[in-house]
Design a protein. Structure first.
Length: 278
């Protein structure tokens, strides 16, 4: 199925204006990050032992400017510049580069993540991976889509509507996870190890990409134990609008406190049972 201009939400509506700005902000972010990809850039260590590059900060500044110019009354939180509070009930959530370590090493698996939260519910989500020439986006009531990106934007004729898989047995399921050592450190290793022994296949693919495989129906399960609100909001919006179920790794919570379990929904309770079984 192809998406045309007429199938995007009307930009004169609230949701349409938000989608329009979100896609334009990610067009700009893609251009900034690609211009410096695999080139010498300034890098600094942060107090939490992660890294930030001059590109992270440049992307976030550009996105903040575009969003706040169009929606000055909205709140906004980003990884690099903190939170601007608002009483509007609307909050944008920005991760300028998810996969900074990949970006630093010239690995093309990185993305800009963006979401709009309305009264606590995710209304718009974008995950844009320009070095992979791929973008995923969604909005409430409009479903989730994947498109090919091109210089200056994206190819509407390439769009594919997303839907999670209908796999309902572990022996046919593909499991993706971010980092096995972090799963060990979190205390979930026994259940997770048992789970891996029952599924069809598993792969370690960190950051945004595993979530997008679930949204596309190419994998059934994604597990991650170390993340912040900006790491999850954009991918979660896309996944849920594609039919996925996303919870805390223990089965509850709005912003997972102990890690994330994202599935095609059909396998969710089975996975929770395997992870928690003594």
């Amino acid at each position: 199925m192809c998406i045309r201009d007429r199938t995007l939400p009307d930009p004169s509506t609230d949701i349409g204006a938000a989608v329009e700005v979100a896609l334009a902000a990610c067009d700009e972010a893609d251009a900034i990050s690609l211009a410096s990809f695999r080139r010498a850039i300034a890098i600094e260590a942060k107090p939490d032992a992660t890294f930030v590059t001059e590109v992270d900060t440049a992307v976030e500044r550009a996105m903040r400017e575009r969003i706040t110019t169009r929606f000055p009354e909205h709140g906004l939180v980003g990884e690099e510049y903190g939170e601007a509070l608002s009483e509007s009930g609307r909050r944008w959530i920005v991760d300028p580069i998810d996969g900074t370590h990949n970006y630093m090493r010239g690995v093309p698996v990185y993305a800009t993540l963006l979401a709009l939260e309305v009264e606590g519910a995710l209304a718009v989500g974008v995950v844009s991976a320009p070095a992979l020439h791929r973008r995923w986006f969604s909005w409430a009531g409009g479903g989730a889509w994947a498109v090919e990106t091109v210089p200056g934007g994206w190819d509407r004729g390439s769009a594919m509507r997303l839907s999670v898989s209908d796999v309902d047995s572990l022996d046919e399921a593909s499991v993706v996870y971010s980092s096995y050592p972090s799963i060990v450190d979190s205390g979930w290793a026994p259940g997770f190890g048992r789970l891996l022994g029952k599924v069809w296949r598993d792969r370690g693919l960190g950051d945004f990409y595993g979530y997008m495989l679930v949204a596309e129906g190419a994998a059934e399960v994604m597990v991650e134990t170390e993340l912040k609100v900006w790491d999850l909001a954009g991918p979660r919006a896309v996944m849920e609008h594609a039919g996925a179920r996303v919870t805390d790794i223990s089965g509850g919570g709005d912003m997972p406190a102990h890690g994330v379990l994202a599935t095609n929904g059909r396998l969710h309770q089975t996975i929770l049972d395997e992870l928690s079984r003594a």
